[in-house]
Design a protein around this ligand. Structure first.
Ligand code: SF4
Length: 196
């Protein structure tokens, strides 16, 4: 149960495995492989049984990750949970804009990471073209009318105050009304040099 992963709602969070990016500050490194045998894996049927016991107690279910849109079963999973009466939240880095577009009609709230200006993404994610994907997802989200929060993780060595200003300006130009900064927590960062 969480009170902070879906603003204003009591929610359960499902952490989905897999992400094709490798952000140096990612603190969910154990979730990045698409398939893993990490402790904590829960069968889908068990999750549904758990949620049945929480109907009327929890308001929402948030699909988080990793990058949840990597999972091909995400859409039917969301449909199943929505049919149980829960609001649906999604945490995403906008990795797959075309998949996000397909999901948006089912979503009630999205927390979208926008890490930097598009041209600065590859230095953070290790993947060329990642910035274009994230910003395309942002444009789709803003146009959709679905409630959202755009989040940017700030580490002063990775995002200078000048670039942060430019980013804020670009977000305004794109029509973003809700932008939240979050301090980088380097304790479990993928690139341990950040902790130092
Ligand atoms: S997009 Fe998110 S989950 Fe994927 S590597 Fe970056 S911080 Fe981690």
């Amino acid at each position: 149960m969480t009170t902070i992963d879906y603003p204003g709602e009591l929610a359960a969070v499902i952490f989905c495995q897999g992400c094709p990016w490798r952000c140096c500050y990612c603190h969910n490194g154990h979730l990045l492989p698409r398939m893993s045998s990490e402790p904590g894996l829960i069968e889908w049927d068990e999750i549904i049984a758990f949620l049945e016991r929480r109907q009327g107690l929890l308001d929402a279910v948030v699909f988080s990750g990793g990058e949840p849109t990597l999972q091909s079963a995400l859409k039917p999973a969301i449909q199943q949970v929505k049919a149980m009466g829960f609001k649906i939240g999604l945490h995403s880095a906008g990795v797959y804009p075309e998949r996000l577009a397909e999901l948006l009609p089912l979503l009630d709230w999205v927390g979208l990471d926008i890490k930097a200006l598009a041209e600065d993404y590859a230095a953070l994610t290790g993947v060329s073209g990642s910035g274009e994907k994230a910003w395309e997802s942002l444009r789709l989200l803003v146009a959709s009318g679905v409630a959202y929060e755009v989040r940017t993780t700030v580490h002063t060595e990775l995002l200078s105050p000048q670039n942060l200003k430019k980013l804020q300006h670009q977000l305004q130009q794109t029509g973003v009304a809700h932008h939240q900064l979050q301090q980088c927590d380097t304790r479990h960062a993928l690139d341990q040099r950040l902790s130092a």
